[in-house]
Structures are given as structure tokens and as C-alpha cells.
Design a protein around this ligand. Structure first.
Ligand code: CTP
Ligand code: CA
Length: 226
């Protein structure tokens, strides 16, 4: 890590990072979400700042409370649509865009204005069915010109093959593939084990702290960006 932070120099670079799991409201007191803590994205934002980069962090409410270094511009969002709006609002003039947020693939087709009542959906009348509609794919929708784009891929099987598909489909320059079948790493843990997938091939990093993974991702970006 010492060696990496010595060679990592992001001065003069603007870096946009998203972090955390998004939340989709069902009614004023209930929501759908996922297990992502935001630790990986916040580690990237912090390491990029230490390396001299000018960082904008769009984090979800899951990541609020994680320590963020001074100098980082922090924007907080909740839903995938809010994240979409902020990423598009901030993307101009960035040099590196890193989409590490775990975006809800679906949201409620209709958000109830008032709390849903138990007796509205009795089993006798078929119970409660939630109608979900697809959220926009933020990474795929972002412009790609003028900056280096990194996405993540959480997979439980065929990790590299799926990551390669996402690289092409979303137009990213690198996909950080994450095997989430091992529940002791990834999501809420302080460690991670990832494979960096680019058109030039796949490099598997050793299991290490999320800070270490962040430094390795940024070093690979610095190298590939040249
Ligand atoms: N992503 C996004 N917008 C979405 C869904 C995902 O920007 N609506 C981004 C994530 O931030 C990540 C990458 O796309 O960088 C891959 O996310 P992932 O959930 O692994 O892929 P999906 O395309 O949603 O496919 P699936 O969940 O079916 O594996
Ligand atoms: Ca998904």
C-alpha cells in the first residue's frame, strides 16, 4: 500500500465516485434496498483525495456516517433516480468516473402517499402484490467521452464472463468484478477480493482491505488512462 500511494498521483484529475446502496420507497415508512454499505466507494474517494485528486462523492444514505476526508465534495441521495440525476449533473469535466454504488434495479411502480394499512391487503383478497418497474441504467446512460469510466459487477457465478459482458454493454473502460457468493467479503465487510476486467484482460487482486483495493483500482486506472 505504501508503494502504491507513493506512485499514485492523481493531481490535476477530477474524480466522480458513487457509493452505497440505493433505497426505493414503497410508502412513507417502508422501502426496498440492498446490502451495500458504501465502504468500497468511500475508500476510493478517500484514496483518490490522498493521491491529490479533486473528488466529488455521490453517496447514498447507507454511506452517511462513514469517514470522508476534508476536501471531498459530498452529495447525498436516496433513490436510483436521484443518483441518476446527480451523476448526470456532475459528470461534465470529470477525468475519471467510478460507479461503485449498488443501484436498485427496480422501484415501486406507484409509491403510496399514505402508509399502507394491513387490512387493505388481506390474504382472503389475494394479499399484497408489489408492482415493480425497472430503474434506468445509470452507468450505461452516462456519456463516455473525455473521461475514464469504471463500473462494478457483483456476481455470484461466472464472475469474469458476466463482467466482460457488462464492460461492453455499458461502454465502461474497466469493470471491477466482485464475487459476492463468499459472504465473508464484499458488501458490509472491510475487506474485498476483486478482478479488474478491461479489454486487455483480467487481473485478479489478492484479498485485502477496501483501502488497498481502492489504491489498486486507482493505480490501474492511472496506468490504463495514459
Ligand atoms: N448500475 C447502474 N444503474 C443500474 C444498475 C447498475 O449504473 N440501474 C451500475 C452499477 O453501479 C455497477 C454496474 O452497473 O457499476 C453493474 O451493476 P450490476 O448490478 O452488477 O449489473 P446489472 O446491469 O444491474 O445486472 P444484474 O444485476 O442483472 O447482474
Ligand atoms: Ca443490478
Amino acid at each position: 500500500l505504501d508503494r502504491l500511494t507513493e506512485t499514485l498521483d492523481l493531481s490535476g484529475n477530477r474524480i466522480l465516485v458513487s457509493a452505497g446502496g440505493t433505497t426505493e420507497k414503497l410508502d412513507p415508512v417502508r422501502f426496498l434496498t440492498n446490502r451495500s454499505s458504501g465502504k468500497m466507494g468511500v475508500a476510493i474517494a478517500n484514496v483518490a483525495t490522498l493521491a491529490g485528486g479533486q473528488v466529488t462523492l455521490v453517496q447514498t444514505n447507507h454511506a452517511v456516517g462513514l469517514p470522508v476526508l476534508p476536501g471531498i465534495k459530498v452529495i447525498t441521495v436516496e433513490s436510483a433516480q436521484e443518483l441518476y440525476d446527480q451523476m448526470h449533473a456532475q459528470v461534465a469535466d470529470q477525468d475519471i468516473v467510478i460507479m461503485s454504488a449498488a443501484v436498485s434495479d427496480y422501484r415501486a411502480a406507484n409509491q403510496a402517499d399514505q402508509k399502507m394499512k394491513k387490512n387493505q391487503f388481506s390474504s382472503d383478497e389475494g394479499g399484497l402484490t408489489l408492482n415493480l418497474v425497472e430503474n434506468p441504467d445509470i452507468l450505461a446512460s452516462l456519456p463516455k467521452e473525455g473521461h475514464y469510466t469504471v463500473g462494478f459487477a457483483a456476481e455470484t457465478q461466472d464472475v469474469i464472463a458476466y463482467a466482460e459482458q457488462k464492460l461492453v454493454k455499458k461502454g465502461a473502460d474497466m469493470i471491477v468484478a466482485n464475487d459476492v457468493s463468499d459472504q465473508t467479503i464484499g458488501f458490509n465487510s472491510d475487506e474485498n477480493q476483486v478482478t479488474l476486467v478491461t479489454t486487455e484482460g483480467a487481473i485478479t487482486l489478492e484479498r485485502q482491505s477496501k483501502i488497498g483495493v481502492a489504491a489498486n483500482i486507482l493505480a490501474a486506472v492511472q496506468e490504463h488512462k495514459k
